[in-house]
Design a protein around this ligand. Structure first.
Ligand code: X2X
Length: 359
């Protein structure tokens, strides 16, 4: 017959069992960190941007010895597709962090429209000078003021125009064509100025709209054109580099400030490294050998599509590059928008950007 422990002995047995239970069931950091940190991302892992998000998750886990676990929620699912709400939701703590385009956070941070001024930045060199110069610093300061901490830059890329109707070389070619644009007002302004008919649409609704031919065209970087197989809907692309959307890793400020310094350092380093990887994916084949070599040498990664322009041509697309003269026509047509948008962005940021680019 089994004997029940009694008296002091019984208490000791129970205490021991309890100690073992607590010891085994709870890690050292019990209660310190959440089981899962939610991250919003507008695209999916089929995109370079999504690959960058996965890299960030992996590196954060590794660099914090498994203490910080981030779960990405794709297709802006935490926002029911409303990609323009990410900054607001991270700032108020409903979502912990994000890897989001400057376009999508521009309703909260108008400073980010500096990247959407038409024909302002034009090349990677200028973009890098801005991100790592005074402009980037000022933007991260603006983020902090409204409750989010910017961790590092990543990229979507210079945005190109595609459509199902015709070759576009001059502003007049856009006349009357219906383009899906992101719901950020500067895009509506640009396309109206060019005589086109822009329609605001979340990314979640955009691909069905291409499929059904509800719109004639759209604008996005090759990092989006390739995964959505844009050639299935649009035969024509104009590589006009008219503006760019960097991507930012950012975190709710209150929560960030509650993290120990070593955890902050680990997460920031993870964002910088994931950003460098993701940027190289987005630029591969568009900046000579530079990004392809970064991927090879630093990440032991062989780029599957080393020449995106050739890739799109092989898929049957007609790709148009602008002559200097055609480009001038676009610049002339869109320049009046600076009068409206520079004050909204802030003269200060605009001047910083010019100084960073050495203009
Ligand atoms: O909605 C878009 O076009 C996209 C995916 O590029 C952004 O999130 C800005």
């Amino acid at each position: 017959m089994e004997k029940q422990p009694s008296g002091i002995k019984g208490i000791l047995v129970i205490a021991l069992a309890l100690a073992l239970f607590i010891g085994f069931s709870a890690p050292v950091q019990a209660g310190k960190f959440k089981k899962e940190y939610k991250m919003t991302v507008v695209v999916t892992p089929a995109f370079y941007w999504g690959q960058g998000a996965l890299k960030f998750v992996e590196l954060v886990k590794k660099k914090t010895n498994g203490q910080i676990n981030i779960k990405p929620y794709w297709r802006s699912s935490l926002l029911k597709g409303a990609q323009l709400k990410s900054a607001q939701m991270v700032a108020n703590g409903v979502i912990d962090c994000a890897m989001e385009s400057t376009i999508n956070i521009s309703p909260v941070f108008p400073e980010c429209n500096i990247f959407s001024l038409p024909f302002f930045i034009n090349n990677y060199e200028n973009l890098d000078k801005m991100e790592y110069g005074r402009t980037g610093k000022a933007i991260f300061a603006a983020l902090e003021k409204k409750g989010v901490v910017g961790l590092a830059w990543a990229e979507n890329g210079f945005r190109q125009l595609t459509n199902s109707k015709k070759i576009i070389r001059r502003p007049k070619d856009l006349r009357g064509l219906k383009f899906r644009v992101v719901g950020s007002p500067i895009f509506i302004d640009i396309f109206r100025k060019l005589g086109a008919d822009p329609v605001n649409m979340n990314w979640a609704d955009a691909v069905p709209a291409f499929q059904q031919g509800v719109v004639d065209g759209q604008e996005n970087p090759v990092s989006v054109l390739i995964p959505v197989k844009i050639w299935q809907y649009h035969k024509y692309a104009t590589f006009w580099n008219y503006l760019v959307d960097p991507v930012v890793f950012y975190w709710n400020k209150k929560q960030w400030n509650s993290f120990p310094k070593d955890i902050q350092k680990a997460i920031r380093e993870a964002a910088i490294e994931a950003g460098r990887f993701e940027k190289a994916l987005c630029r591969a084949g568009l900046d000579g050998e530079k990004s392809i070599n970064i991927l090879k040498n630093e990440f032991n990664y062989t780029m599957k599509i080393p020449d995106p322009v050739k890739y799109l041509k092989d898929k049957g697309m007609t790709i148009t590059f602008l002559s200097d003269q055609d480009r001038e026509a676009f610049i002339k047509a869109t320049r009046p928008l600076y009068d409206k948008w520079v004050p909204k962005i802030g003269e200060d940021i605009y001047k910083k950007a010019l100084a960073d680019m050495g203009k």
